[in-house]
Every structure is written in structure tokens, then in C-alpha cells.
Ligand binder design. Structure first.
Ligand code: PMV
Length: 352
């Protein structure tokens, strides 16, 4: 148990409390893949916070004899979410014991299409944790603690702890990142060169179906993985290097590390036991087109991948028009129903 985050101050006894927050998704540049203990990362990671892909959550709490909750997605009761929320509440109640005396109504909605293949766990756990910390602030009369919100979000979904604060966030102990922690994400956007400040992320929706292997299983498979040690070591070194590129405005260096990290993540999946592949033929076609385009035009557009088939295209805002043309003329055809989402860097969770 992390005693630093246990609520110890006395608090009010309010009959009703409510809070509404929105939190964005994030896209990792150096990937977190592998975990231990209670949601502790096997290696440090760094991500861009997104702006448009977000979850908006309203939580209403009413005094009750015991902890209980109901959850609605777009106004409709969603019992399939209950096990995940239940285990989240079970993990966080030792840190915020007041929740034991409330019934929570959680109303949530995503700005990105449901089942678009974009994981909503990061944005939804960040939004829910922000609401709960806002409420904790109302009870104690103290300023809302964003660090604890990130800590709680991590207990819901690891990468969610990177969706709270700042355009660029590091999560996980890293020797070259002062203040970094396995317990929560820290904002390192102070070190972001202007060229990266308004970076674009266009997400090409290659496959909107359910993933064949969940992230939970994928993380677990790193435990006995033949290349785990080398991979974790590499993540530390890539993090040092990419932070330098982000600070110096070295777009070429950034591209090399970002694309290598994406392929390494998927290489880990392909060399796990059991092995699996989450990329689709169209994922590879898009990567091929991006490489060809970059070579022909020198437009510094690159790709990264999540644990899925969709492709995130990352590029400086200055090149938006040319990349838009590329997508419309060559890449949209590889997307399911020609769908893609235009996003860019954002600053994290905000109250609504
Ligand atoms: O937070 P989780 O358990 O869904 O894992 C996310 C893992 C990746 O998205 C593949 C990488 C990352 O760092 O976000």
C-alpha cells in the first residue's frame, strides 16, 4: 500500500456530491508493455496527450450504507462495464475510504465513435478518477490533487495515469527523468520544442472490431518472454533519447524512435508464447505508403501503433494540408468505411 496517497484528513459528511470531468486518450511514443504487482509498469513510457478523443463523465454520489454504483454509457445502463469498475473501486477504497459510504451513478460518453477500435479505458479511467478526486476535494475542502487522480487512474488502467495533466507525460521510474514514478504520470511538457507543441495525430481506423488478445493478456505474456530483459532495457534508453529529440526539435530522431517503438511492441506480441498478431494487412499497406510518401516528399510524417490494427499518423501542424491530401487520395481506402479521426496534442483532464 502506498501510504502517501491514503486520505487522512477529516472531511465533511455530505448527503450528495457531484462532479463532471472530461479526460482525453493518449498515445504512447515509448510503449509500456509488461507489468508487475498492482499495475506497476515493467518499463517507463512517454506519451502525447490527445485533445479530441475524450471521455466525458458525470458522477453523482448519494450517501448509502455501503459502496455501490451504476454505470450508464450514452444514457443506457452498461452492466458489462461493472466488473472493471468494481475491481477499480476495490483497489482505490483503501486510499479514499469515504467512497465506502456512497452510491455512485456514473454517466459517461465518448467523443469518438463507440467500438472504433480506440481504447476508451485510458480516457474513461482518467475522467472517473478526476471526478472522484474533485469530490474528495469537496469533502475535505482542499484543492484537488491531480497527482492522486493520476495514481488512482493507474489502478483502473495503467496508461490512464498519462491522461491527466500536460501534453507530454512520463510514467515509470526513469533515471534521466527527475520526479518520475511507477505510481503516477508526470507532466514533462516543459521540455517540448515548439515544433512538437501542436503536433497532429490522425488515427486511421483500420479495424474497429474487438481485439483478439486483450492488453491484460499481452502484458502478462511479457513475464516469461525471451526478450523481456532486453526490451525493458531498450525502453529506458529510448526514453532518454526521445526526450532529447522532443526538447531539441529533432524530428528525424523522433521518427526513428517512435516507429521503432511501435514495431517493437508488435514484435513482442509476435514472439510471445502464445504468439499473436494484432496488425492487419491494411496496417502494413498504410505503413508502406507512409514510408514511400516520406521518401518522395520529405514531409516528416511518421506512424505509431497501439495494441491494435489502427495507425496513428504523427506530423507537425505545418504539414496538415499535404498529409490530408495523402490520406484522402491514398490511405482512406485502407480504413474501415474510410473512417479516420483527426486529433492533435491537448493538455489533459478538465472540469466541465
Ligand atoms: O493501459 P493498458 O493496460 O491498456 O496498456 C496499454 C499498452 C499500450 O497502449 C500498448 C502501450 C502504452 O504505453 O499505452
Amino acid at each position: 500500500m502506498e501510504t502517501e496517497f491514503v486520505l487522512r484528513t477529516s472531511h465533511k459528511n455530505l448527503e450528495h456530491i457531484t462532479a463532471t470531468w472530461q479526460a482525453p486518450s493518449n498515445i504512447a511514443l515509448v510503449k509500456y508493455w509488461g507489468k508487475h504487482g498492482v499495475q506497476l509498469p515493467a518499463n517507463p513510457s512517454i506519451s502525447f496527450t490527445l485533445n479530441n478523443c475524450k471521455t466525458i463523465t458525470k458522477v453523482t454520489a448519494k450517501k448509502a450504507a455501503a459502496l455501490d454504483f451504476e454505470i450508464l454509457l450514452d444514457g443506457v445502463a452498461k452492466s458489462s462495464f461493472a466488473p472493471k469498475i468494481k475491481s477499480y473501486f476495490n483497489r482505490i477504497k483503501e486510499y479514499s475510504p469515504w467512497i465506502n459510504n456512497y452510491h455512485f451513478t456514473i454517466e459517461t460518453t465518448n467523443t469518438f465513435p463507440h467500438s472504433s477500435g480506440i481504447a476508451s479505458s485510458a480516457s474513461s479511467m482518467a475522467a472517473l478518477s478526476s471526478c472522484l478526486m474533485d469530490m474528495e476535494g469537496q469533502l475535505t475542502g482542499q484543492k484537488m490533487a491531480m497527482k492522486k487522480a493520476s495514481f488512482l487512474a493507474r489502478l483502473g488502467s495503467g496508461s490512464a495515469c498519462r491522461s491527466l495533466e500536460g501534453k507530454l507525460v512520463v510514467w515509470g521510474n526513469h533515471d534521466d527523468t527527475p520526479g518520475s514514478s511507477d505510481l503516477y504520470g508526470i507532466d514533462v511538457s516543459g521540455d517540448l520544442h515548439p515544433v512538437f507543441q501542436d503536433y497532429q495525430d490522425t488515427i486511421l481506423l483500420v479495424d474497429k472490431g474487438e481485439k483478439t488478445v486483450s492488453s491484460t493478456v499481452g502484458h502478462e505474456l511479457m513475464n516469461e518472454h525471451a526478450f523481456a530483459k532486453a526490451r525493458f532495457h531498450q525502453a529506458h534508453s529510448n526514453l532518454t533519447k526521445i526526450k532529447n529529440c522532443l526538447k531539441e526539435g529533432d524530428v528525424e530522431g523522433f521518427i526513428k524512435i517512435t516507429e521503432s517503438e511501435a514495431l517493437t511492441l508488435h514484435a513482442m506480441m509476435m514472439t510471445s508464447h502464445p504468439y499473436f498478431i494484432l496488425m492487419k494487412p491494411n496496417t502494413l499497406s498504410i505503413i508502406d505508403e507512409i514510408w514511400k510518401y516520406r521518401k518522395e516528399t520529405s514531409v516528416p510524417v511518421c506512424f505509431t501503433l497501439d495494441a491494435g490494427a489502427n495507425v496513428h499518423m504523427l506530423y507537425p501542424a505545418d504539414h496538415k494540408e499535404s498529409v490530408d491530401d495523402l490520406i484522402k487520395s491514398k490511405l482512406a481506402r485502407y480504413c474501415q468505411n474510410e473512417q479516420y479521426i483527426c486529433d492533435q496534442l491537448g493538455s489533459g483532464a478538465t472540469t466541465v
